[in-house]
Design a protein around this ligand. Sequence first.
Ligand code: F6P
Length: 537
Amino acid sequence: MPEKITPDCPARQTLFEHAARLKSVHTMDMFADDPERFERFSFEFGGLFMDLSKNHLDRATLLSLIELARTTGVEKWRDRMFSGDPVNGTENRSALHVALRNPDGPKVTVEGEDITASVRQELAQMAGMVEQLRNHLWVGATDKPITDVLHIGIGGSILGPAAAARALARPKNQPIRIHYVSNVDAEAIFPVLESLNPESTLITAVSKSFSTLETLTNAETAREWLLETLPVEKIGRHLIGITAEPSVAVAFGIPKENILTFWPWVGGRFSLWSAVGLPIALTIGMDRFYRLLQGAQQMDRHFCDAPLEQNLPVLLALTGIWNTDFQNTGAHAILPYDERLAGLPQHLQQLEMESTGKSANRWDEMTPWHTAPIVFGMPGNDAQHTFFQALHQGTRTISADFIGCIRQDHPHDNHHDRLMANLFSQTEALMRGRTEMNGGSDIHRLCPGNRPSTTILLDALTPEAVGMLLALYEHKVFVQGTIWGVNPFDQWGVELGKELAQTILDQIEAADPVTSHDGSTNGLVNRFVKTRQTPSS
Ligand code: F6P
């Protein structure tokens, strides 16, 4: 384990000095002082271009941040992760999602098992299913071909796959319709079921643990819905399970041959590269799914091989560390200026906040600094008319990633030009601001500027580019977790709420007055139960 660093270690102290030195310097002045600033702070890899120059930092700051990465052992932790060491310390597990996108790479073993062989085998089974389904050769209980897939999962079992499938779906190329349901609310699943025909619908129940309340409840509902029309002995043709717990899925009633597995060493939020990515492959076809994996693999290689000074995930992570730890930003916006990337903010919200939203560090102590910022976002122009006001003039500084594509996939230049003009102008406005010198003196119209943003431009939204982009963020999160000293691969915080929900569910079902909680929770549960027992007028 690398040496523990403390708030007063030289690497962090130097960064506080940079923050003090730059406090009265406007980012605009940094451009004036350094005409090459854009070139110096722009980085590129494989058609992914990243401009950090609108962040409030200079070259010396960046070098000190890189020093911080070295001091905290980012390179060593990265190498440990790729070699299969149990970097997920609190669960004593490897974190080998990178092996999922390198099925033909060198052998990696986990507890004596060659996992690259297992990855290839699962991919082959998934490819067979994709082939059958996309060619309408998979028939249901009444010999009707499957035309619709209902993907049931929650968190990492749905957000990443849905985001990637949406990014790469091209309408003319959709032999199978995919419907996603995650929430346990009946308002989520029943309207979808009502729009479907059980004879031509396949249910995919996706859960790493196969014990998640929301997913199991929805899967049970979907199975009952199938049984309303189809004979019990044939509904197996309408069920696929994707899980790291195949025996539990079999016990649920999914035929063994319809179970795709992944492994304990793949975290849910990192799992879209495994069979969890089935809806992506169904949407785009297996060839393009492999291209997605290849894009991610290219980013993995870059992350492993590029010097830290040129390493995109490292630099993106360090910029975030600078903003959070030394510029006091507490929130970070993800702003895709591309409707196809509309699922990205939610996926990254889980990826970042579930990975680094921790208070205990690897040395079993409370962290002395803040960790994950609040991550939120929505597609660009909509966000401008929603929460950008606070980005421009709010009392808190919020950092942002602007993500756009240079080449669009449609012929409508007038739309694309307007979209991208907004992306560029917003990053300029956030940095430049409107001061008395270049605007009026009406205090209500002034914008302080100096609001940090990073711009990521993809040449085009190809499967490779999406793979690279998603892997870029995965590694960013890993680097930040390493620097903050937290384990980015566990999520113990979500367990307490799950346990309490089970207790309260039992109490609601028993419908007796409850006194075992705090006054508020007792009061709310009792009011819920009592009001429901009273006929509504
Ligand atoms: O509750 C959080 C979580 O465990 C996530 O980490 C995970 O992505 C999600 O729930 C779903 O879990 P599972 O895939 O086991 O159903």
